[in-house]
Design a protein around this ligand. Structure first.
Ligand code: MN
Ligand code: MN
Length: 374
């Protein structure tokens, strides 16, 4: 796929001709629906959401269908761990977990059903992916808090479908544990009785460059991908880094992206045939319009800490409306990346067809196709 032609372009269809948006206010400016039900909100302030778990210097904020009803296909959690603190061993029954490290350093452990296991360190800009049900943990290993974004491939992700190791062990009779581990039941007398979730701990030392022989059994596909280290696709005044299952084979159900839009730039009009889109804004001020058919469109403004959402198949575009670059982390609930761009779609059709479709002269569409191919 030639992203330089179909990705982010400057200006061309900005606020003028093809814009579907109406005027917007600083918060949300949704045009009235043409008919029927009110439109849902396509933006959510995750940074301003109430704290979920909050202990041991660690916290989380969540956006699933309860907080952000439109987001049925994906859910997100913003999480911060104090140095040395652990998001305890757990698994998720109803979703795979994709993550992007925003600041600080952390170390993950993960096990798969073949008992392959991996311990890896993560820096800002790194991505992990844990298939649904794989057991994992996350620990902050640097001298500062580690903040990361978790995205799940179901909007119905919740803590109720998350299984923590202390919760299970704490609610298992000690005599059963004694049989399982081959030790006296008294061994477990002082284990936590309830879910720990966040556990404080000392900052561990660096990972050995070479694990001792026999101590590691990593699977064929690593769970870490260094997205920020990827050479971005240059799209004029914008950049896109993309990580699908093509670049990151274990990520079979999710694709991620880091999108940068320069001031005045536009992420051009497009849709995704196969996936919902979940965005988290790291920097800048953006305005997104989602086209919903039947004359309906919704425009939202997005600032750092905000989540934007685009249901599968809905047309959309994003403008940088500030004086600073826009940067957003994006996740899709498919391991295969698919995109169709309005400009390319039109350029691929015969000018006489477009002339009839729009009741405009053929020459206009020859010119638009020429510009689309530049
Ligand atoms: Mn998890
Ligand atoms: Mn998109």
């Amino acid at each position: 796929m030639d992203l330089s032609r179909r990705g982010v372009v400057a200006g061309a269809f900005g606020a003028s001709g093809l814009a579907l948006a109406q005027a917007s206010s600083p918060a949300h400016a949704q045009p009235p629906p043409a008919s029927g039900d009110a439109l849902p909100d396509f933006a959510f302030n995750l940074g301003g959401a109430p704290l979920g778990k909050n202990k041991a210097g660690c916290w989380s904020r969540q956006a699933n269908v309860t907080e952000f009803p439109v987001s049925t296909g994906l859910a997100g959690v913003l999480m911060s761990l104090a140095p040395g603190a652990l998001r305890e061993l757990h698994w998720h029954a109803n979703a795979a977990e994709w993550a992007y490290v925003i600041s600080g350093q952390c170390r993950i452990t993960v096990i798969d059903p073949q008992f392959n296991h991996e311990t890896s360190d993560f820096n800002p800009g790194d991505v992990w992916y844990f298939p649904r049900g794989y057991g994992h943990s996350i620990q902050a290993v640097g001298s500062q808090d580690c903040v990361f974004l978790l995205v799940f491939d179901s909007g119905y992700f919740s803590e109720y479908a998350t299984f923590s190791i202390t919760d299970w062990v704490g609610h298992t009779p000690p005599d059963v544990l004694a049989k399982a581990f081959g030790v006296p039941a008294s061994t477990f007398a002082n284990f936590p009785k309830e879910e720990v979730y966040f556990a404080p701990g000392p900052v561990p030392g660096p990972l050995p460059a070479e694990p001792p022989p026999g101590s590691a059994r990593t699977g064929p596909f690593p769970h870490r991908y260094q997205l920020l280290a990827q050479k971005p696709t240059d799209l004029g005044n914008a950049k896109l880094r993309l990580v699908s299952s093509k670049e990151f084979p274990i990520s079979t159900t999710m694709t991620g992206a880091l999108m940068d839009i320069a001031p005045g730039g536009l992420r051009t009009l497009h849709w995704h045939p196969n996936a919902d889109e979940w965005q988290y804004y790291l920097a800048g001020r953006a305005r997104m319009t989602v086209f919903l058919s039947q004359g309906r469109a919704s425009t939202v403004e997005l600032a750092p800490g905000y989540v934007g959402y685009v249901p599968r198949g809905c047309g959309h575009y994003i403008e940088n409306i500030g004086s600073d670059p826009v940067q957003a982390v994006i996740a899709f609930n498919s391991g295969e990346y698919q995109e169709i761009t309005l400009t390319e779609w039109m350029a691929s059709n015969p000018p006489q067809l477009l002339a009839a479709n729009f009741s405009q002269p053929e020459s206009l569409f020859i010119e638009l196709a020429r510009k689309a191919s530049l």
